[in-house]
Ligand binder design. Sequence first.
Ligand SMILES: [Zn+2]
Ligand SMILES: [Zn+2]
Length: 381
Amino acid sequence: MKEDYPYQKRETPTQKDKEFRLGEGKISGYSSVTLGVLSLLAVLAYLYPSYLTTYELRQVYDAQSLQGILKYGMYFSLFFGVLTFWVKKYRMMGTLGILLTTTALLLGGYKVPVDAVDNHRLSLGVDWLILAFMGSALIFITIEKLFPKYKYQVILRNEWGLDLFYFCFNHLAISAIIVYANYHVTHFEWAASASLQEAIQSIPILLQFVTIVICADFVLYWEHRLFHEVKTLWPVHAVHHTVENLDWLAGSRGHFVQVFSERAMVMIPLYLLGASEVALNIYVAFAALQAVLIHCNTSIPFGPLKYIIVTPQFHHWHHSSEKPAIDTNYSAHTILFDWLFNTMHLPGKHWPANYGTTKKLPSTFWGQVIYPLRVFLKNND
Ligand SMILES: [Zn+2]
Ligand SMILES: [Zn+2]
């Protein structure tokens, strides 16, 4: 801990015009459109499952019972749409929500027959997008509202649209990511050991899970550190660091090169360990939830756990542009490797006052996509 550093409190002014308040029609308008979009996407996924659903994910959920949720999603979209007319505000949004849901209903709604589908290697993960969006929004916005770090930071904060776009992009690309990661891991077949995998499978599930976490963390730590410390890689990862208002959506911002390489790298230890499916599934769920949580605008108390696992405070410091925090806190799951390799920055109760990159990057999706290439070309001119 740098005792002499003048830690300051972050200023977050109120943004009354961007807040969601009961009785103003805004919640109804946004809810109607959101549910309308999700309903239409869901119906399209039911109509064209080979192209719009994820093979690996379909093994886990029951498409039939999810139609029950879709039914209520549609009803609520219509209900909220009508509500905007009743309060006479946000009627444009209400109309749009009703139109989207009506289209979804006309296309078959929640009654589209669920057929068995074959395994298309490449598809768009529309199902993954819908489920992840609903789950994340529900769980993490609730946590952010109950235990906010920056009380006045709004859901519709600066650049939320950009991060929503990244969220959609990364989730739709899930099957491409899986195909790439599975292909990447074939290069490590030579290193696989049947006896090691048998030994791992023979230990209790909880121990298997802890082993996966530590091994994955080691790989993710070094992958992350290289992205920071190798000059040609930094512009790719810098995109993730352009967020200045962290919340549940902010972690989605990441260059696709980084997203693909991160998943491919973490597959290596998972593949080599050969742990049981239960342990693996627990790890995947844990990793997915933790990745969102650590970006959340929340100071939910972790007690002594904050000196073991990566928490929002720990990862918020990673996103800080303040001097003592630059190139620190690389770990994804536990703080072990940051502690071991002396890159940890967790100054007691302090949180960052400033977030983002020290040098400004483009603020559009495509600007950020080509940014690393532009830097590379400039440096090799
Ligand atoms: Zn980073
Ligand atoms: Zn991050």
